[in-house]
Design a protein around this ligand. Structure first.
Ligand SMILES: Cc1ncc(COP(=O)(O)O)c(C=O)c1O
Length: 427
């Protein structure tokens, strides 16, 4: 098919909510490593990796090799019969996740991983109330949309009851008008009053991303999670850590985002980069929490042998090629370059994130969110051969997340293209 035909069929046959980036959508034909190629053969440096999903490069040979091998051997089974890739992946997760997390339940997406986490937390605590953060994104099921605190993504007319949203740790626009560290972490402490006023006084869980991705790379202060999780536990709640974006070395120097903050979750959820783009979701919990989910539950494709083999191969590449460290080193280089751009362009109000998960908040006078500038920058970066992402409640945050094995040359090339593109849009 030709480009226009694909674009027209997309408009005609898919739900209109399946929206594309760019004034003229980019029709990608193939991809390799850090690059994607459009249908006319033009190369783009991919600094968004799907949606923060390509961990070890597009079409990584070790991952595709594992997929091919497993496909030829055993492609589908269901969880009614034990199989080796499924249990090997579960064992691997138990080995590399922090603390006492040990038993996993596999699904197909981050949405389902969060659904499973909330269900098991409610069953374990025999409570319904869940606290989540404003600006968060948790997925697109009825429950996950109700956990999400961003009106753009909340399409359900009657949200699930018992979910309460508290202000997030958004230091650039502190919800309490305070400044870190003199704020004394008011945002973390606020959860206590939320529990005392909006719940029965006991909660099932607090669910949060270590760094809010779609929310606009909102990165909390170092002490935030220790403070907030201590209060959650005081009221009987479990801490569900959503590592869908921050997992697998993305934040640099640590395998999981929460490890930077020195807190052990009771439940963790994964998806996206865990299998380098093959559909997967996983929920891991401590044995006593996991075993609270009694009775029947099944996911037809959860723990699929091919998906599990893809995930095992992805994790193996991350470990063998030292990509957690590469994400730290390359993340530092990227961050320095972004800080330099901030000095040059007043449009960049804030640079934040960790490792290879970085964000630029674009603003006008008095920090006015400038979503229009993001749109203009998008068109320029595309024309200049660079793919980036966007996010933030006001749509004014650029999100940057190249593969974990990105090279120094590609970081420099992306920074140069961003510089050129900012110069072209002005301000
Ligand atoms: C933090 C977070 N949690 C959950 C999800 C939902 O994952 P999925 O789209 O695989 O259902 C996303 C998706 O972007 C996410 O960013």
């Amino acid at each position: 098919m030709k480009k226009q035909e694909i674009i027209e069929k997309h408009r005609k046959y898919l739900f209109s909510c399946v929206a594309n980036y760019y004034e003229e959508p980019l029709v990608v034909e193939h991809a390799k490593g850090s690059c994607v190629y459009d249908i006319e053969g033009r190369e783009y440096l991919d600094f968004f990796g799907g949606i923060v999903t390509i961990s070890v490069g597009h079409c990584n040979e070790k991952v595709t090799g594992a997929i091919q091998q497993q496909t030829n051997k055993l492609q589908h089974l269901s969880t009614l019969y034990p199989n080796e890739p499924h249990v090997r992946l579960a064992e691997k997760l138990a080995e590399i996740t922090p603390g006492r997390l040990q038993k996993s339940f596999f699904t197909n997406s981050g949405t389902e991983a969060n659904e499973t986490a909330v269900l098991v937390a409610q069953l374990h605590t025999k409570c319904q109330d869940v606290i989540a953060l404003r600006h968060s994104y948790s997925g697109r099921s009825h429950l996950a949309m109700s956990l999400t605190a961003n009106s753009a993504w909340r399409l359900n007319l009657t949200p699930v009851p018992g979910i309460h949203h508290i202000p997030n740790a958004y230091c650039y626009r502190c919800p309490f008008g305070l400044t870190y560290p003199s704020c004394n972490l008011k945002c973390a402490k606020d959860i206590e009053e939320a529990i005392q006023t909006a719940t029965t006084g006991r909660i099932a869980a607090f669910l949060a991303e270590p760094i809010q991705g779609i929310g606009g790379i909102i990165t909390p202060p170092r002490e935030y999670f220790k403070e907030v999780v201590a209060i959650v536990r005081k009221y009987g709640g479990l801490f569900i850590c959503d590592e869908v974006q921050t997992g697998w070395g993305r934040t640099g120097g640590k395998m999981f985002g929460i490890e930077h903050w020195g807190v052990e979750p009771d439940i963790m959820t994964f998806a996206k980069g865990m299998a380098n783009g093959v559909p997967i979701g996983a929920t891991i919990a401590t044995p006593e929490v996991a075993d609270s989910m009694k009775g029947m539950s099944i996911s037809t494709f959860g723990g699929n042998p091919v998906t599990s083999a893809a995930s095992l191969a992805t994790i193996q590449v991350i470990e063998e090629e030292n990509l957690v460290e590469n994400a730290r080193v390359m993340g530092q280089r990227l961050r320095e370059g972004l800080e330099a751009l901030k000095q040059k362009y007043p449009l960049i109000g804030d640079v934040r994130g960790m490792g290879l998960m970085q964000g630029l908040e674009l603003v006008g006078e008095n920090k006015r969110p400038d979503a229009g500038a993001v749109k203009r920058l998008f068109e320029r970066t595309k024309a200049n051969g660079l793919l980036i992402g966007r996010g933030g409640l006001m749509g004014n945050v650029i999100r940057i997340a190249p593969p974990l094995n990105v090279t120094r040359d590609h970081i420099d090339q992306a920074l140069k293209t961003l510089d050129q593109s900012f110069a072209q849009i002005g301000l």
